[in-house]
Design a protein around this ligand. Structure first.
Ligand code: GTP
Length: 345
């Protein structure tokens, strides 16, 4: 085509036509005539006895800017809540591994914080270091964006992906896309940004999409013996899960009023027969924040405690006694030593 010739009707469709991509798009977009892959409708069968020489196992990093649905996806893949979620950006602060063994393959997932581009404080520097560490040390990268969207924050995360590790593009929140046909040119434009191994429009909230995803990731994991028990779901301690659960309720119940720089520290964790006693402190930056957490006559703090306790009892299958305190430590997120003392690497 000469430079002067009229643009094709679909101006964004400039990527070379790749038959594999076209087939993948047709399948993902549910177009008539698209052949399902064998994994498409396969239910997630749990692991049976598999000899070590037939086992596959590998690490998968789930990366993306804040709030695109990384933790939701990981929890759905693991089949249990191992990573907290909320509408508030920057909920995830640790490198969390969850795992799931399906047939002969053990998938070990690494969840990462959304890459921080706005603030340069010690907390965010530590978060970003975790992301960079995660992507260079895995067999497969799952790069999550919101379907149909790509901005500077996504581009910054994408620029961290090493060329020698296969990456799958997950166009998440596909349920929110009303004109699905329009996603095809967008997916093709994503192909120009990075040589993704697969393009997967899906919804982390749709169980069918999630079970199909195992089949998509499987082929990128090396043949090697499993690293964890077939039934294991996470390598995080109960103490850690307790702090995370309180933090989730704190973020959910305070909404946008409370800055993301609040955190939770476990002061006591004791087991007493079928009872676990946990004491935790919610650390906030200012006196005003303390009031928001406590609420009118302590009602907010009480609700945070009740909701976290109920979830922990469900998770551990035992009774939980949870005691919560609130403390002000101004400037902790700017203080590197304190960020480390609160458990961030
Ligand atoms: N409609 C819809 N909402 C979703 C989907 N996946 C996640 N969400 C919502 O998106 C919000 C953010 O989800 P998270 O899983 O916390 O996102 P994250 O990327 O882990 O966020 P950070 O911890 O900030 O990095 C939550 O309100 C989820 O319920 C999806 O497939 N469809």
């Amino acid at each position: 085509m000469s430079p002067k010739s009229p643009k094709p009707a679909d101006a964004t469709n400039t990527a070379p036509t790749d038959p594999d991509l076209e087939a993948m798009l047709a399948r993902a977009l549910g177009q008539p005539g698209a052949e399902p892959t064998p994994a498409d409708d396969a239910p997630v069968a749990e692991a049976e006895v598999v000899p070590p020489e037939a086992q596959h196992c590998g690490f998968i990093a789930i990366v993306g800017k804040p709030n695109v649905g990384k933790s939701t996806l990981m929890n759905a893949l693991v089949g249990q809540k191992v990573s907290i979620t909320s509408r508030k950006a920057q909920t995830t602060r640790h490198r969390i591994t969850g795992m799931r063994t399906v047939n002969a393959t053990q998938f070990v997932f690494v969840d990462t914080p959304g890459f921080q581009t706005r603030h340069g404080n010690a907390l965010n520097k530590s978060l970003n270091k975790t992301v960079v560490g995660a992507v260079n040390d895995v067999d497969l990268i799952v790069f999550v964006v919101e379907a149909g969207h790509f901005n500077l924050a996504d581009a910054k995360v994408l620029s961290l992906l090493p060329a020698n590790v296969p990456a799958i593009l997950v166009a998440n929140k596909f349920d929110l896309v009303h004109r699905r046909g329009e996603l095809a040119p967008w997916l093709r434009s994503m192909q120009e940004r990075h040589a993704f191994a697969e393009y997967v429009p899906m919804s982390a909230k749709n169980p069918r999409d999630v079970s199909r995803f195992f089949g998509i990731c499987e082929k990128y994991l090396p043949q090697q013996p499993w690293m964890f028990d077939a039934e294991a779901l996470t390598d995080r301690s109960e103490r850690f899960m307790a702090a995370e659960m309180v933090r989730e309720k704190l973020f959910r119940l305070t909404g946008d009023e409370l800055p993301y720089t609040s955190t939770v520290v476990i002061d006591k964790f004791e087991e007493d027969g079928n009872l676990k006693r946990v004491a935790a402190t919610i650390v906030v930056e200012r006196d005003g924040h303390k009031g928001m957490v406590i609420g009118d006559r302590g009602e907010k703090l009480k609700r945070i405690g009740t909701e976290a306790r109920i979830e922990l009892e469900k998770l551990w299958g035992c009774k939980v006694f949870l005691e919560l305190w609130v403390k002000v430590r101004s400037g902790w997120a700017d203080d590197e030593a304190r960020v480390r003392s609160f458990g961030y690497e």
